[in-house]
Design a binder for this molecule. Structure first.
Ligand code: HEM
Length: 428
């Protein structure tokens, strides 16, 4: 590939070695030094003839917004074998014309209004979980007792899935999301998880079709049935499974990474506590402004956690048409691109001192929810859960302390912690 004038010919060898190191155990634990190397190679690096690593912020943003790039045709629509076929029928894996068709149907029920209306339910769920934790005397595992439970409670409430299924759903989702890693063929565990989830949702769809309730499954079934043929049964099932899985794996990681950063930096905990506590002490006349400042501090913290520890580190795309380029580098039709969102968020050309965690940064627009046609449908829900959770956590437990070393999940694409021991201390 001839690079146009002004663009450094990216080195295949250096790029290939970098990807190998990223996929190795040490790279999965701490990919950030490798991302810094990628930035030194340039915003786009050719790894092999038709494989590219995209790490620059502008380049990833441009790639995700360009309709000339999409999901690999082999990963979309019917055709893949076995129950995992259902996931490839979901919007996550669809290209036009299927993607806009399904996204607009799902958008009709998964609205901002529905999410905003969920705020009291989120607050209640946070308070209930924190009440339970406040009653504990010893250290607790934050991942198990809070970071996982909050998103699963919220998404299950939204979808209308039975509460008693939570623990099972957690392990099924963990098995299923193995398929999102870059490391190879589908595991039997992922297939078994897909089958089990499909069975559960098929039962739920039938029940809600017979007797609709005020939940998302009923709403989607109604949309599907009102306009027969616009959403197939397989697509309905695939999208419901996606909503469930997308709804908590990632948000769990956001909550865990955020708390780990707070435990690491007592100064930040103190600042956030001060910002969120003024509501209680401020005179009524000033309360609105002070509360606004507290909200803004928590929102800034959450955006910086998203930037600094993106729960989804990597997305993949394929050039669907001829004549495209990324960061001025021509990319042939059929070429695959690894878009490293986690690297883009730490691009020194976009953020000063990118490896510094600084919740007071301004102009933070992480690509952690993607961009363009596939931008995360649940981003406002995830932000709602995280801001409510951190505001209440720091207000209630200003003296919390790490109670051991966190354990990281061995994943590159879905980055997050497996366990995070914490001693929350006396409840405020
Ligand atoms: C898509 C990240 C939470 C539902 C995406 C994508 C990203 C992402 C990066 C784009 C995938 C691509 O371009 O290929 C995250 C993160 C979350 C989060 C970091 C939490 C911190 C949620 C929640 C829900 C959700 C809570 C739903 C309840 C979806 C759906 C899509 C999606 C349905 C597919 C959209 C499409 O392909 O058109 N998410 N997500 N996500 N997300 Fe999220």
């Amino acid at each position: 590939i001839a690079a146009p004038t002004g663009v450094r010919e990216p080195s295949s060898d250096a790029g290939a070695t970098l990807v190998e190191r990223l996929l190795a155990p040490a790279g999965r634990v701490d990919p950030y030094p490798l991302y810094a190397e990628a930035h030194r190679l340039g915003p786009v690096t050719r790894i092999a003839d038709t494989l590219y690593l995209v790490s620059g912020y502008q380049a990833v943003d441009q790639l995700l917004r360009d309709p000339g790039f999409g999901l690999h045709p082999a990963a979309t629509g019917p055709g893949a074998d076995g129950p995992l076929d259902l996931l490839s029928r979901s919007i996550l894996r669809a290209n036009p014309p299927d993607h806009p068709r399904m996204r607009s149907l799902i958008g009709k029920v998964f609205t901002r209004r529905r999410v905003a209306a969920l705020a009291p339910r989120v607050e209640q769920a946070v308070d209930e979980l924190l009440d339970e934790l406040a009653a504990e005397r010893g250290p607790v595992d934050f991942m198990d007792r809070f970071a996982f439970r909050l998103p699963v409670t919220v998404i299950c409430a939204l979808l209308g899935v039975q509460t008693r299924d939570h623990a099972l759903l957690r392990s099924l989702a963990a098995d299923l999301t193995e398929v999102l890693e870059l490391t190879g063929p589908t595991t039997p565990a992922a297939e078994a998880a897909a089958t089990a989830l499909a069975e559960r949702f098929a039962g739920l769809i039938a029940a809600r079709r017979a007797e609709p309730r005020d939940d998302l499954v009923s709403a989607l079934v109604a949309v599907r049935d009102a306009d027969d043929g616009r959403l197939s049964d397989a697509e309905l099932l695939g999208n419901l499974i996606l909503l469930l899985v997308a709804g908590f794996e990632t948000t769990t990681s956001l909550l865990g990474s955020g708390l780990a950063l707070l435990l690491d930096r007592p100064d930040l905990l103190a600042t956030l506590h001060a910002a969120t506590s003024v509501v209680a002490t401020a005179p009524p006349a000033g309360a609105a402004t002070e509360a606004g400042a507290g909200d803004a501090a928590v929102a800034g913290f959450v955006e910086e956690v998203l930037r600094y520890e993106s729960p989804v580190q990597v997305l993949t795309r394929t050039a669907l048409v001829d004549g495209r380029s990324v960061a001025d580098l021509p990319v042939p039709r059929g070429a695959d691109l690894i878009a490293v969102v986690g690297a883009a968020n730490r691009d020194p050309a976009r953020y000063r001192d990118p490896d510094l965690f600084d919740p007071t940064r301004t102009g933070v627009r992480p690509l952690s929810f993607g961009a363009g046609a596939h931008i995360c449908l649940g981003n406002s829900l995830a932000r709602l859960e995280a801001t409510v959770a951190f505001a209440r956590l720091v207000r209630r437990f200003p003296a919390m302390l790490a109670a051991g070393d966190p354990v990281r999940r061995d994943r590159l694409v879905l980055r997050g912690l497996q366990s995070l021991p914490v001693r929350l201390g006396a409840a405020g």
